[in-house]
Design a protein around this ligand. Structure first.
Ligand code: ADP
Ligand code: MG
Length: 259
């Protein structure tokens, strides 16, 4: 059954001097429990798509819907690039934050937060403030908060985009391990083909702005995935090439138009 349905989505921002058409005729469907990645050139509307699905932006026309199955649980959890954690709250308070909004009692909140802080390897930093943490550790807090919140679907917008390559691999591995257990429906946005192939069951390739889906790739790698072995698989390089040639054409076409 489809969990996320986007049908002919169009989003136009009423900017000056001229309106900006961010998305035009974008359609995609995610099955329950599927990990889908969206890759696309910079500025093609990826964040706009995610914001619409998160309920933070309204479609100009078309449909963007997340099917709710469990009224007791939050429907959507969002992880943004900058981790989006509050500098004035400790790690533990940040992780518990979403739960307090959802009416979970204090003792239970603390227990859940503690569990997830352990899962992401930040036990020793539960009472630290974000400014005392590295970028990778801050992103761990963002993940722990999303896992603790336990939404039906997880919407992730380039959460590892600002991290160095090693930290990125470690956090991809952490995300995959947790996802193996929960098998939540995930829409993960990235500009990295490599990351999309590492994480996703399916990859949607977007066009240049106004964004729509150009191509869809089924990722053939078995799970649980070994991030190192994956990179030596000949199918990895073949799919990388296939997706890159599509993206390259989009980026070049975009430059010619001079948008
Ligand atoms: N609130 C807004 N007002 C005007 N233009 C916007 C707004 N949000 C995004 N845009 C424009 O819409 C296009 C798509 O943006 P975005 O979704 O952030 O792209 P991406 O995440 O793929 O880089 C860009 O041209 C951007 O400048
Ligand atoms: Mg973006």
């Amino acid at each position: 059954m489809d969990k996320i349905i986007v049908e002919n989505l169009r989003v136009v921002f009423p900017s000056r001097p001229a309106p900006v058409e961010a998305l035009a005729g974008l359609s995609l469907r995610l099955r329950e429990g599927e990990f889908a990645c969206v890759v696309g050139p910079s500025g093609c509307g990826k964040t706009t798509l995610l914001r619409v699905l998160a309920g933070l932006e309204q479609p100009t026309s078309g449909v963007a819907a997340v099917r709710a199955d469990d009224p007791a649980r939050p429907l959507r959890g969002v992880v943004f690039q900058g981790a989006g954690i509050f500098p004035w709250l400790t790690v533990a308070q940040n992780v518990a934050y979403g739960l307090s909004l959802h009416g979970v009692a204090r003792a239970e909140r603390e227990q859940i937060a503690q569990h997830w802080i352990g899962e992401v390897g930040l036990e020793r930093f539960a009472n630290a403030y974000p400014a005392q943490l590295s970028g990778g550790m801050q992103q761990r807090v963002g993940l722990a908060r999303a896992f603790a919140y336990d939404p039906e679907v997880l919407l992730m917008d380039e959460p590892f985009g600002a991290l160095d390559a090693q930290t990125r691999l470690i956090l991809q591995d952490l995300l995959l391990q947790q996802w193996e257990r929960a098998r939540k429906t995930v829409l993960f946005i990235t500009h990295s083909i490599d990351e999309a192939l590492t994480l996703g069951d399916r990859i949607f390739v977007m066009s240049a702005r106004p964004g729509r889906i150009l191509h869809e790739v089924a990722v053939p790698f078995a799970r649980p995935r070994d991030l190192v072995a994956l990179r030596t698989d000949t199918r990895f390089s073949a799919l990388f090439g296939e997706i890159w040639s599509l993206l390259k054409a989009e980026v070049e076409a975009d430059k010619l138009i001079g948008k």
